[in-house]
Design a protein around this ligand. Structure first.
Ligand code: CS2
Length: 495
């Protein structure tokens, strides 16, 4: 078999989406990770294939240059390997026009966003990348990177800093309108991004500050969006699948499930690609879709990841196949998350839930518990507090929401004498050192959990006042440590 690197010439028509080089670069994408490459990039290629336009994507990697370099060596192409237990399909989206690495070249990122040809900035930097304090919902002024970006104008390192500085440049040069489209699992992600950018701009000196803010009112749109596709990390196994299907070598193949969904507010300041050709939905009100997805899918996903990791499961399908995990997942989804959302009219709730369990059970995809469990300190802030407060406000202690927090703490905080196992140990989380300090200083589990809620900066302080919730979490942590996650889940079912 030939092993030439990928290029437009040597990929079959059946696999390549959008063979032509895009007519121009209209999109700057921040966060050149697997999710973007299997999601927005595919929709954009499908859109340009049907309605050509200047919608090529400049992909900006946050830190590592590995993907950007490999893309440059492969004609800016890579494969998306769609995997289901029934087989796999490989597609190559031809939507990128260039790459940058923000860490190495922050000034170029600012100039790319400020370029008059740029009409949309799409963002997938994960919950962690918004430098928002989970406690206050404002810019995280405890973060060194945020403080540095506020003080030093020319080389912003944070996403919000890059956007704010670029908008200021745009406003003071040509003033062409632009859309900033967050595609991360944050509630009201457009609104949150706008608030954070305005907060950043609000620190500029007058008159620049007022000029930029006034220009933003009329010329910058921040639509909300809901994105959905399960996209695990890459591995050589997927490069081999790509080679088998394409007959050419790809060193950065992205695995993904076949399912994909994108719902956006129809609120673009400077046009958009015809993403509907990729199946995207446009609506006036994205919130019902966002809440449904962030709670039913992501919230339940966290519980499956933490219980599974504590029970020795490397993958989500392995975890959800354990009867106690499946039962806990159904209970949290149906009894605790579902009552807090209004499922959009176009969605059949039973079908959606059935589909979720079948997506989580995709054994061929092997999504890792350590991947879903990573960054819980920022993810849980989007998934737990509001539903928990709704139940607590009605006088109910939501057992499985409490269990999610307990299982998270058991995975991440080093609890005395407790080994959470290899999958929990390999979860990454910026709060690990902070939680370790708190666990060390606490005289009991109750004191530890209380300090997490009072001083941990993980959850809004209003939750700390609900002592019945906080002490239930401490009970579950103790049960997990003494008897394991299955017994804790049993206790949650029959409190
Ligand atoms: C997961 C998500 O890692 C996680 O927290 O819940 O990445 C999930 O797979 C995607 O949001 C699915 O769209």
């Amino acid at each position: 078999m030939t092993e030439h690197p990928l290029s437009r010439r040597n990929v079959s028509a059946a696999a390549l989406i959008h063979r032509r080089v895009p007519e121009g670069t209209g999109i700057v994408h921040l966060g050149l990770g697997n999710f973007h490459r299997a999601h927005q990039a595919v929709y954009t290629a499908l859109a340009m294939e049907r309605e050509p336009g200047p919608w090529g994507i400049l992909g900006v990697a946050s830190r590592s240059s590995a993907v950007a370099d490999a893309m440059t060596a492969q004609d800016l192409l890579y494969s998306v390997v769609e995997i289901s237990p029934g087989g796999s399909r490989v597609r190559v989206p031809g939507s990128h026009t260039g790459t940058l690495v923000a860490e190495h070249d922050p000034e170029s990122v600012v100039h790319a966003i400020a370029d008059p040809a740029t009409k949309i900035v799409t963002i997938t930097v994960t919950e962690h990348g918004y430098t928002v304090s989970p406690e206050t919902g404002s810019l995280d002024l405890d973060s060194d990177a945020v403080r540095r970006d506020l003080a030093e104008a020319s080389t912003p390192r944070t996403t919000i800093g890059q956007i704010a500085r670029a908008l200021a440049l745009r406003a003071s040069t040509h003033g062409t309108p632009i859309t900033i489209l967050s595609c991360d699992n944050l509630l009201a992600n457009g609104r949150q991004t706008e608030r954070l950018v305005r907060e950043f701009v609000g620190t500029f000196r007058a008159p620049l500050r007022d000029e930029v803010l006034t220009w933003m009112d009329a010329s910058v749109a921040f639509p909300n969006s809901m994105v959905d596709r399960i996209v695990p990390s890459s591995s050589d196994r997927y490069n081999e699948t790509a080679l088998t299907h394409l007959g050419v070598r790809d060193t950065i193949a992205v695995p993904a499930e076949p399912f994909t969904m994108w719902v956006m507010e129809e609120k673009f300041a400077a046009g958009r690609p015809a993403w509907e050709h990729g199946g995207a939905l446009f609506t006036d009100d994205v919130e019902p879709y966002e809440l449904m997805k962030v709670r039913l899918l992501n919230g339940t996903h966290s519980l499956i990841a933490y219980l599974g990791a504590l029970d020795g499961c490397a993958t989500i399908p392995e975890s959800v196949a354990r009867p106690f995990v499946e039962d806990a997942a159904r209970r949290i989804l149906c009894d605790e998350y579902l009552p807090t959302v209004t499922v959009p009219e176009a969605v059949d709730t039973d079908d959606y839930i059935r589909q979720l369990f079948s997506r989580w059970s995709n054994t061929a995809l092997g999504h890792r518990t350590s991947q879903v469990g990573s960054d819980g300190s920022v993810k849980l802030a989007q998934r737990i507090p509001i539903p928990a407060l709704e139940h607590l406000g009605r006088g109910d202690v939501p057992q499985f929401l409490a269990l999610t927090v307990a299982a998270y703490l058991a995975c991440i905080a080093p609890l005395p004498g407790f080994d959470p196992g290899p999958h929990a140990r390999s979860m990454t989380d910026p709060a690990r050192p902070r939680l370790a300090g708190m666990a060390d200083n606490a005289a009991s589990t109750t004191e530890f959990v209380r300090s997490v809620f009072v001083d941990g900066g993980l959850f809004p302080s209003v939750l700390a006042a609900h002592t019945e919730f906080v002490s239930r979490i401490a009970d579950f942590v103790d049960i997990i440590v003494r008897h394991g996650p299955a017994v804790a889940a049993g206790e949650a079912s029959a409190p």
